[in-house]
Design a protein around this ligand. Sequence first.
Ligand code: N01
Length: 540
Amino acid sequence: MHFDAIVIGAGFAGLYQLHGLRDRLGLRVRVLEAGGDLGGTWYWNRYPGARCDSESHAYRYFFSRELNDEWQSTERYPGPPEIRAYLDYVAKKFDLRRDMKFGVRVTAASFDEGTNRWRVETESGEQCTATYLVAAVGCLSAANVPDIPGLKDFRGNWYHTGQWPQEGVDFTGKRVGQIGTGSTGIQAAPVIAQSAAHLTVFQRTANYSVPARNAPLTPEFKRWVRDNFDEIRGIARSTVNGHAFRISERNVADVTPEEREAVYQAAWETGGLQFRATFRDLVTDRAANATAAEFLKARIRAAVKDPATAESLANIDHPYAAKRPPIDTDYFETFNRANVSLVDLRADPIERITADGIRTEGKSGRREHALDIIVFATGFDAMTGPLLKMDIRGRAGRSLREDWKTGPETYLGLQMPGFPNLFTITGPGSPSVLTNMPVAIEQHVDWITECIGHLRRNGIETIEPSAQATREWTATVQEAAQATVLWDAKHSWYFGANVAGKPQVFMPYAGGLARYAKLCEGVAERGYEGFVLGRAKAPA
Ligand code: N01
């Protein structure tokens, strides 16, 4: 079967891309989704404590005022069921489901230069073709289960947070080991601890966290969200990170140490990612950042009663926000419970997984941690993983896996040379994971929709970036990161450091969403500068 466009993935990106291509351009579109329903990351991430870290009044689409008027979130940070209900509402409102197919995993896609079409293959052996192929596969959808020796010997059950069983997991009376203390682990541990007999948290890298301070939304706030659509959207689209809060104009050095502490304290009490917005130079100036880091480390020491545990938790080796900053509900306080313990893997690394649990060996000697369940909160093969899981082949059979052997190279995170008419939404080289994702997604989808509209109106058959534009943009992405403290955390997943054998290249564009959106706009206005536009061949 042939479609004008195939969209892979039915999360925020896939849904809106379907709406854009079908309802604005009138194309015949099919969405293929591996999950059993829509939701993308929120279909798979059902682990205990899962919750969005963007606030609900910004974690939504802004393309429709009516949709904004109709949908009311119930909490400051929505959880997966509410986000899935929102996406379901969107799908019904815009009649999207009729062009979506679930339970279909795309395994390969290849470009046929004779017909200028993509051939898409699925796990079950189905094939279809499309003129345009849009990968809306998400940045954090390829689960990373580390290759720790002995996992196959483990007699208990194990789960990865990003592939959580739909029916949930009952921890009651169980001895649970959780590996990983990123955003996910920090959300999961306090909830697991409430029902488990014992929770052992295995921490490799200590992490900052700011309280989320989640709460039900008041009727007044809900009304404010409805009545201030333009303002909220305006802020989200004009900031560095797509959130609906402004970043302070002040630098740390502009205030006295007392004022600074008061600013941090107020942000701590407000909770959430706004902490990062307290001073303009927090992510660009190391000395400024160190003041925030010290404030947050002091909060950890104050929250955790056992001094040795507090020291391990506060022994953080990177600047604040250099790795994606988590927000939490009682994470550090959880270590005051009698049924929770911390293993510092820097001192006592995992030697192997055994039939009965996890064995560590280090400063404390050899220790067996008896477990019934292991939870891998170990993150994702981020950004490139979801794309490279598929065998994508462009002109003359050229393979994306081969092209990206030393790291991803894209033009604006939207396209790759030699892969005509293939678009990536929030791909490597775009602001993506450094932003409130729906805002970044809308910007990409709008750009791609406009671009495809332009191609069709002007009889252009193919679009792909030039090798030079791609090289230059790839260098720009590295330079943008070098100008921030994000460059210091070489062990972060932004560099691909969490996956063995992955090339160490900074993947998202750290120059800010608003600036990036302007760049994309300018490129389009200048006739798709940096792209090669292929016209239909005249008949021989
Ligand atoms: O994954 P992570 P995550 N042995 O990679 C540890 C988004 N998110 O799922 O730091 C021992 O950040 C690893 O240790 P280290 C958000 O963008 C969003 O928590 O590599 N430990 C780390 O502690 C977030 O950033 C929401 O040394 C191992 C942890 O596992 C992204 O998802 C909510 C290990 C992995 O942390 C990923 O977060 C939750 C090993 N072999 C997540 N391998 C929202 O609210 C890894 N680790 C939208």
